[in-house]
Write a protein that binds this ligand. Sequence first.
Ligand SMILES: *Cc1c(COP(=O)(O)O)cnc(C)c1O
Length: 391
Amino acid sequence: MGGDAALPPDAGFSTRAIHAGQEPDAATGAVVVPIYQTSTYAQEALGRNKGYEYARTHNLTRASLERNLAALEGGRFGLCFASGLAATNTLLQSLSAGDHVVAGHNLYGGTFRLMERVLKRHGLAFSFIPTTDPEAVERAFTPATRMLFVETPTNPMMQLTDIAAVSERAHRRGIKVVVDNTFMTPFFQRPLSLGADVVMHSVTKYLNGHSDMVGGALVTSDEALAESLRFLQNAAGGVPGPMDCWLALRGTKTLAVRMQRHEENARVLARALAGHARVAAVFYPGLPTHPQHALAQRQASGFGGMISFIPGDGSLEAGRRTFDRFRIFARAESLGGVESLVCHPASMTHASVPRETRLAMGFADGLLRLSVGIEDAKDLLADLEQALQGI
Ligand SMILES: *Cc1c(COP(=O)(O)O)cnc(C)c1O
């Protein structure tokens, strides 16, 4: 669906990842899409050009990435942005003052901040609710609701939303459904095929996969919406640079093999954590003990590489003792790169969430989140084990 004449319509995921949007360069035959590092394009004569005028509007490296991501998500249209938040901001700019959005209560902190502290001032209204319950989602809809925005699984509690169930309820009222698919990637989960209208990505994470750029994307098959987003992409201008698009294109070529390895390693670590005497709780949808394990199996083809767990008694001290001992896992925010990271969400990514709100979700002071990389599982396991000896 990437519009590539040479690709068979039933081409597999990795074939699309490597070829969609990336036919050899027309001018030279270069196999790798060039970095079109230009801000403008020369006209042949007055009013005559090659379809390119100015790089905020048209850039071929960006267009390649957009077609590539659309093909991976099984959507007709892809749009890329300077960051995940720029993508979400542009998407929400398609709404108007007075419109209402229902969103998950455990969204990525930056998404919550954009909605609550920026777009509310522009007249949009938001309800933040636990989207894990499709009935609660339906109850939150009002006559002014235009959009449902969910993240599944959530960060760091790894709670799932049933995409098909909430999409059906939203569509009965003409409400558009947006899924932030950053954690699962299209390799494991394709929200459009489950009924969602738009998929949003922080390309910064797994899609690029090498922790060396920041980017965002939207994918949809809704032509009218795509047209409005294309207008806003140019009118509001949150576009990515060609170098970053090129890095992301290099990243998606290995998405399948990376995701397989991320998950393989995550399963090893989740199993070890689940049976560990110094661990109070583990949150990973791939564990049969996860309350939504059946839903995870139904709506995704894998469980991903993100794990949260509560060391020792859940206290900040137990978290700190474990966190500070990691040697291979780098202590850092972000996720989805080849290197393993450990994060203390309460003081890092979720510092703005009130403590009572956190605790009510089972999000203990000492909770740690792992972005499991693609190093050798035995080394990650040994690092985790020695870190837990700190308690
Ligand atoms: C990182 C992230 C974002 C924001 O993306 P940026 O590229 O940092 O702007 C949104 N959602 C999720 C789930 C993320 O992890």
